[in-house]
Design a protein around this ligand. Structure first.
Ligand SMILES: Nc1ncnc2c1ncn2[C@@H]1O[C@H](COP(=O)(O)OP(=O)(O)OP(=O)(O)O)[C@@H](O)[C@H]1O
Ligand SMILES: [Mg+2]
Length: 227
């Protein structure tokens, strides 16, 4: 593995099993060596969420090695399970690293809100936000925490098409920015999203396929469905 300036993630023959089960992840090897929007697709139960838990360090491999020089942050399907505070500002205050001086707090929070197109929402009560706005607030939380690896587990599954597009657009912008682009891994069952990513792979039989363009993976899945 060649460490890059922007960080990297590598799985080397990683296996994992939940108690009383066989290997959900089985000798899985893959790497991500540059920022971008990377999508994972796969059947229910194929191990996508388990992979995210391994990447985030919440669970440890049974065998194999994980190298990660990025700082991961999870974004879940339902933002109501993630957001805890009454307003956008108080929510983001929770995620600010303790090393940030008090004088820089406001600037950091405001800039994170602007990056997710919520620049006017500083004092907005969270219960008045739409689902898509809440999901973008979760992204802002990851940004203020100084994360540079977003692990998005079906982040648009509960959203209408317009909110889905807004979340997708923001993540694409963050991962393809000319200044400090971040890395995002995005799990989806909404196959039309594949056309927006920088690379996609299929999770199957405990492993991950090679990275291909989103449109190629879309075609592969469609032709499998037609068989
Ligand atoms: N906390 C857990 N304890 C025991 N087994 C688990 C746990 N989490 C997941 N599993 C099992 O691991 C396998 C993979 O589950 P996982 O949630 O990783 O799949 P997934 O690809 O994310 O599925 P989906 O598309 O439905 O979200 C399943 O058989 C599941 O029952
Ligand atoms: Mg899952």
């Amino acid at each position: 593995m060649i460490p890059t300036e922007s960080g990297y993630l590598e799985f080397d023959k990683v296996s994992f099993s939940w108690p009383n089960g066989g290997n959900v992840i089985d000798q899985c090897s893959f790497s991500i060596i540059k920022p971008g929007l990377w999508m994972l697709v796969g059947e229910n139960g194929s191990g996508k969420s388990t992979l995210f838990r391994l990447i985030s360090g919440a669970i440890l491999p049974k065998s194999g090695k994980i190298f990660c020089s990025l700082r991961p942050s999870m974004v879940y399907q339902n933002p109501d399970h993630q957001l805890l505070m009454p307003t956008c500002k108080s929510e983001l205050m929770l995620s600010v690293p303790k090393t940030i001086p008090h004088s820089k707090l406001f600037e950091l929070i405001q800039s994170a809100l602007e990056k997710v197109d919520l620049g006017e929402m500083l004092d907005r009560p969270i219960h008045t936000l739409s689902g898509g706005q809440k999901q973008r607030l979760s992204l802002a939380g990851a940004i203020v925490s100084n994360s540079n690896l977003l692990l998005l587990d079906e982040p648009t599954a509960l959203l209408d098409p317009q909110s889905q597009n807004a979340v997708l657009r923001v993540v694409k912008k963050l991962t393809n920015s000319s200044v400090d682009p971040i890395t995002a891994i995005w799990v989806t069952h909404r196959l039309e999203e594949l056309f927006v990513c920088d690379g996609a792979a299929i999770v199957k039989n405990g492993g991950i396929s090679k990275w291909h363009s989103g449109s190629k993976v879309f075609q592969q899945l469609k032709s499998l469905a037609l068989r």
